[in-house]
Write a protein that binds this ligand. Structure first.
Ligand SMILES: CC(=O)c1nc(NC(=O)[C@H]2CNCCN2)sc1-c1cc(O)cc(O)c1
Length: 130
């Protein structure tokens, strides 16, 4: 059991570094904090499950991610929300869609490049057993 806790601790350290790296990228500034409903009043009428990088960092500390794919599921949600809220040919919409896709691709590439595949397998095994 202690070994499992060690594995999950290592996963949290790894995910914090990935999340911090994404949040440092100025291209992703609009995804770093929850959408401000003062600025974007109709947001919650369109997007039912908001997600952002600050919320994801908090979820790491709350032990809500038991494997890297759980984290990437929230990256996918963040990206889908941006595509849904910004569907038009309007250049502002296109730019936000492009940035959202770039964030998603960057997250997958960083994790695949820096994560041991059998480490992720161990995490998934722990996740399945709980
Ligand atoms: C994150 C997101 O999906 C988002 N989308 C926007 N879209 C628009 O403003 C498009 C919508 N169609 C008409 C032309 N404007 S603004 C915005 C946003 C940006 C921030 O800097 C902070 C924040 O909280 C939210």
């Amino acid at each position: 059991y202690e070994k499992e806790e060690g594995t999950l601790r290592e996963l949290r350290i790894f995910l914090r570094e990935i999340c911090a790296k994404l949040a440092r990228n100025r291209q992703f500034f609009m995804f770093t904090k929850p959408v401000d409903v003062q600025e974007v009043p109709d947001y919650l009428s369109i997007i039912k499950q908001p997600m952002d990088l600050e919320t994801m960092m908090t979820k790491i500390d709350l032990h809500r991610y038991l494997c890297a794919q759980d984290f990437l599921d929230d990256v996918d949600l963040l990206c889908r929300n941006a595509l849904e809220y910004n569907p038009d040919r309007d250049p502002a919409d296109k730019l936000i869609r492009h940035r959202a896709c770039s964030l998603r691709d960057t997250a997958y590439t960083l994790i695949k490049a820096e994560m041991d595949s059998d480490f992720e397998e161990q995490c998934k095994e722990i996740s399945r057993a709980r």
